[in-house]
Design a protein around this ligand. Structure first.
Ligand code: PLP
Length: 401
């Protein structure tokens, strides 16, 4: 067994840059932290962030809000979800996704995934018919994009309303189109572990004026929607402003101020993440018995985490595999556990949702491992951790071959 030890923490992000700290200090000095607390016609930091994010994303409109989960539940409401309506979504995702459906008053219907960790489009086609659902909230979980051309064909044929959870695909593209621009809306998170870091925060994008007007009023705009940075014309709000409740969930200027400089570095950071991802991927691919999800040339992804499978590994061996990696300093998550562990959970522990049979995907999750690749890891660190995983895997993969 390997004597190598990894000593870096898996949850440590890079420090906030000096220009972001300076921007935050300016907001603090002004005392104008609330997004509508601006002087005369100046656009607040939150409004400027909306403009800049819309421009980065290539969307007409953008709303800055409290979290990624909030963006998703507001998107469902603004798209017209009614109480107890069914929403199709991936079975492989994290708790904020079924949570946002529940928060919006909907009922999640889980779609199976395949070995590349994306939606099983045959199961989707079946369940669109059997559930009669109008909505699909797709979660591009861990940055894996399904064949978006095929997906959009199903969406169009069935008149589905598509909302994309892009918590792990901010900056990613399919066929040169940004993830988040395929359906009615894209939902992004700026929580610390995502691609921009403001502690908490969310961004909602769309090209649809009425949808965005409803989302802005829902977010709690106190009729100050004309001060938004990337909002539809005020005429669009004429009736919507009176018909739509206020579910306060705004972003403040302090968070927006530290996000704006980070957005400028996003493309550079995507390259850095992908160098790390590709290095680890290459090494793990060499291990017989370890399988990596296939990615096609149409997908330009952000490798901020990596997933691999050891098909056929038993639950007790999976637990041992995690343990020996941990003894060597490598923190791996496992999606096969029935019991939620920190950020990692699966449908069996979402007991507020009607339990559903997803045996095909359960089998995939039972051999699915996951680790973060924060930018605080150097390429040498990544090389070391891949070596440790490869060596720790030896005794387990030999059993499954
Ligand atoms: C983090 C995350 C979100 C949004 O999370 P918030 O904590 O609400 O910002 C949504 N979907 C997935 C898959 C996530 O990992």
């Amino acid at each position: 067994m390997t004597t190598k030890i990894f000593t870096r923490p898996f949850t440590q992000q890079e420090p906030i840059s000096d220009d972001a700290i300076n921007a935050a200090t300016e907001v603090l000095k002004s005392g104008r932290l609330h997004r509508y607390n601006s002087i005369s016609n100046e656009l607040s930091e939150a409004s400027l962030l909306e403009q800049e994010y819309a421009s980065f994303q290539g969307s007409r409109f953008c709303l800055a809000c409290a979290s990624g989960g909030y963006a998703m539940s507001v998107a469902l409401k603004a798209a017209g979800l009614i109480a107890d309506e069914k929403v199709l979504t991936n079975m492989y995702t994290l708790a904020p996704v079924p949570g946002s459906i529940s928060n919006a008053g909907g009922e999640p219907i889980f779609i199976e995934i395949n070995e590349n960790l994306v939606l099983d489009l045959d199961d989707l086609s079946k369940k669109v018919v059997s559930s009669k659902a109008r909505f699909l909230l797709i979660s591009h979980m861990r940055g894996h994009l399904v064949d978006m051309d095929k997906l959009m064909q199903i969406v169009k044929e069935n008149n589905l309303i598509l909302i994309e959870d892009c918590a792990h695909t901010m900056g990613a593209k399919w066929n040169d189109e940004r993830s988040g621009n395929f359906g009615l809306a894209g939902c992004f998170s700026t929580q610390t572990y995502k691609h921009l870091n403001s502690g908490e925060g969310g961004l909602l994008t769309s090209d649809d004026p009425e949808f965005m007007a409803r989302a802005i009023i829902l977010s709690g705009s106190y009729m100050l929607y004309e001060r938004h940075g990337a909002a539809p014309n005020k005429e669009v709000f004429a009736d919507i402003r009176l018909e739509t409740p206020n579910y306060s969930g705004r972003m403040d200027n302090l968070r927006a101020a530290i996000l704006r400089p980070q957005l400028k570095s996003l493309d550079k950071n995507i390259k850095r993440w992908n160098e790390r991802y590709q290095l680890v991927e290459k090494k793990l691919k060499e291990v017989k018995g370890i399988k990596l999800p296939k990615r096609t040339a149409k997908e330009s992804y952000v490798g901020s985490s990596i997933q691999f499978r050891i098909p056929g590994i038993s639950p007790s061996d999976a637990a041992k595999f995690l343990e020996i990696n941990k003894e060597h300093g490598v923190e791996i998550k496992w999606f096969g556990s029935d019991d939620p562990n920190g950020f990692t959970s699966n449908h069996k522990s979402w007991k507020y949702v009607k339990q559903q049979r997803l045996e095909y995907s359960d089998k995939i999750l039972s051999g699915l491992f996951d680790l973060r690749l924060p930018l605080t890891f150097s390429l040498d660190d990544c090389s070391l951790l891949a070596d440790i995983i490869s060596e720790c895997a030896q005794s387990f993969v030999s059993k499954t071959n």
